[in-house]
Design a protein around this ligand. Structure first.
Ligand SMILES: Cc1cc2nc3c(=O)[nH]c(=O)nc-3n(C[C@H](O)[C@H](O)[C@H](O)COP(=O)(O)OP(=O)(O)OC[C@H]3O[C@@H](n4cnc5c(N)ncnc54)[C@H](O)[C@@H]3O)c2cc1C
Length: 378
């Protein structure tokens, strides 16, 4: 891919690539078996990855959306789960970066760039795609907000120190009645429910959250009352770029394993790589990966330039996630029976890839967004 990365971007790409090769790829299978690794998180903190795009004054490395995409892209070449972990951490932390008061930025972004893990809680057992239909409430009682409800499918929630939670402050006002709150681990009434036994992305932690009369001082409100839905949608625009980056990285990993196999596996007296049916699969895989990378970085560039990127981020996620599922499936097919074995890893990649079509807006919902936007354009 020729994206004209700057010297600094290339330096970070090489650093994260080396980190992935040394620290992430070797334990991807273990993460799938045993779940999230605090030890790996510590190494990511030491490598300066957790707040790589935050301003220096908040403990970051002064990167931008292109640097974030590079980081997640390279990590996903070793483990999609770990890339998703970082994506979810940023999904939460970025709401504070973009909408927090100076006190909140000072207090929380240093933590997010260091060893505190963040999570973002919008989805509920009764409301995922229909995010404006959440039922968790936040009522002002004197000087405190009191939150009640539950959240489902929250990435990082079982290991997080800080959670950005969306709740209804005006249940009759639809999306305009939602506000965002910052809740710290250990706040009375705020607890972690059951951990999800997931199909894939098993190296990331996903749990339910319970809010039972959680009392928060007014200082924990993020942004204005009623601005929570907008805050969440802006955060998701950014996170969908990360999903494109994960899709490109994971698909490349699958294609490389399939390529090595196709070059050495002999059938009917020659390597299967010489068969047109196999070559066609690689043509499709390579085209899809290249296109996803270009969409990911061109959308990241829009974000880095402060330009609107809602439609582009949704298109990147739709295309990238569907390409990734198809590529991982074709990688399994290329390996035949061995593809179906855990020994060659590609079965895990397909399990991981499937999440990309669901989390942070399903393909169906994003097609409504893109289709209606395009139809309204002049
Ligand atoms: C591993 C994992 C991690 C996650 N992490 C987080 C997280 O960190 N934070 C968070 O808040 N959430 C998280 N989620 C939740 C995720 O964002 C939701 O699962 C997703 O938005 C879909 O919501 P749902 O599961 O309630 O499905 P539903 O909304 O019930 O949808 C079910 C099906 O109906 C379709 N559908 C729904 N409405 C329409 C419509 N109007 N038109 C066409 N089709 C429609 C959907 O596309 C889907 O196919 C995570 C989910 C998973 C699986």
């Amino acid at each position: 891919m020729n994206f004209d990365f700057t010297e600094e971007q290339l330096m970070i790409r090489d650093m994260v690539r080396e980190f992935t090769e040394n620290e992430v790829t070797p334990i991807d299978e273990e993460l799938d078996k045993h779940g999230f690794s605090r030890e790996l998180h510590k190494k990511m903190v030491q490598a300066g990855l957790m707040g790589i795009h935050f301003p220096e004054k908040y403990g970051g490395a002064e990167g931008d959306a292109i640097i974030s995409a590079i980081t997640v892209h390279e990590l996903a070449k070793g483990s999609a789960s770990i890339a998703l972990f970082l994506d979810a951490h940023w999904l939460a932390a970025d709401t504070i970066l973009y909408h927090g008061s100076e006190e909140q930025k000072e207090k929380y972004l240093h933590k997010a760039a260091a060893d505190s893990i963040f999570s973002f809680a919008l989805t509920e057992p009764c409301a995922g795609s229909d995010a404006a239909g959440i039922k968790t409430t936040a009522k002002l009682e004197g000087d405190e907000w009191v939150l009640n409800g539950s959240k489902a499918w929250i990435t990082n929630s079982g290991v997080a120190d800080v959670c950005v939670v969306l709740a209804k402050t005006d249940p009759d006002a639809g999306a305009k009645g939602i506000s965002a709150f910052i809740i710290e681990k250990g706040t009375p009434g705020f607890s972690v429910g059951k951990e999800e036994n997931k199909m894939g992305m098993r190296g990331s932690n996903t749990c339910e959250l319970i809010l039972d009369n959680v009392r928060l001082p007014k200082s924990q409100l993020l942004g204005e009352v009623g601005s929570g839905f907008k805050i969440a949608m802006i955060a998701l625009d950014g996170a969908r770029i990360s999903i494109g980056a994960i899709a490109a990285g994971l698909a490349e990993h699958a294609m490389k394993i399939a390529r090595d196999y196709a070059n050495q596996r002999v059938a009917f007296g020659k390597p299967i790589a010489k068969l047109y049916a196999i070559q066609e699969k690689f043509a499709n895989m390579a085209v899809g990966i290249e296109a996803t990378q270009l969409m990911t970085y061109s959308t990241a560039k829009l974000k880095a330039q402060g330009k609107r990127h809602t439609k582009e981020a949704a298109m990147t996620k739709i295309f990238g996630s569907e390409m990734c599922v198809k590529t991982c499936d074709e990688a399994i097919q290329t390996l035949g029976g061995y593809g179906y074995s855990k020994e060659y890893h590609v079965e895990r990649f397909l399990r991981d890839a499937k999440l990309l079509q669901i989390g942070e807006g399903t393909s169906e919902i994003l097609k409504i967004l893109v289709g209606s936007t395009v139809l309204a354009e002049k």
